[in-house]
Ligand binder design. Sequence first.
Ligand code: SF4
Ligand code: SF4
Ligand code: SF4
Length: 212
Amino acid sequence: MPFWAFQVWIKAYNMLSAIIAITLLAAFFGMVLGISAIIFKVKSNPIVDEIDKLLPQTQCTQCTYAGCRPYAEAIAKGEAPINLCPPGGEQTIHALADLLDVEVLPAPEDEGPKEPTVAVIIEEQCIGCTLCIQACPVDAIVGAAKQMHTVIESECTGCDLCLAPCPVDCIIMKPLKDTPITWKWPLPQNHANHPLLVSKTATVLDKSGAIG
Ligand code: SF4
Ligand code: SF4
Ligand code: SF4
């Protein structure tokens, strides 16, 4: 065998050995990881999952817990009542009461429906400190260190948790603009006294003979 052919053979042999060694190592570590994943798998509590599904997932922390999941865990452990979620309102309380077969509790202080809002960053004032990104529970803010930040409107839940950390107060909350999908007819003011409703009620009462 000529010397050059011997050199080629040695190189090919070394390369093949390295490929086989790496493949065997990858297979070994893959197997170890797979077995570890099965042995050390953390089983999630199905009732916590069910409760969590009923919560609004705005992660606003108004329930005094660090987010919807921690609140769900506290409910499942019996450490928290089912009426601590203002964004969920009565609908969530009823759903939780049905799920857990417990008594319906009164909704937290009724402040009336909150106007949906969205955070807006005044971009020319942003110093790129990234504090708002760290505060946002739903990753609705994009930006990088020392670069301008902005809010992804469709992801923002309006929780306003990003306002306080901003050192230059360049985040404001704005009412969410209606879209053809979200727009609804406004309820008439004093609708109980609305002439149409009053006349309809009078007609019904007349026909039933309840009055007059
Ligand atoms: S108040 Fe409701 S929506 Fe907000 S974090 Fe708590 S459970 Fe989630
Ligand atoms: S951008 Fe601000 S208001 Fe919007 S979800 Fe994030 S923290 Fe809440
Ligand atoms: S906290 Fe304020 S200044 Fe800092 S990155 Fe966010 S918007 Fe910009």
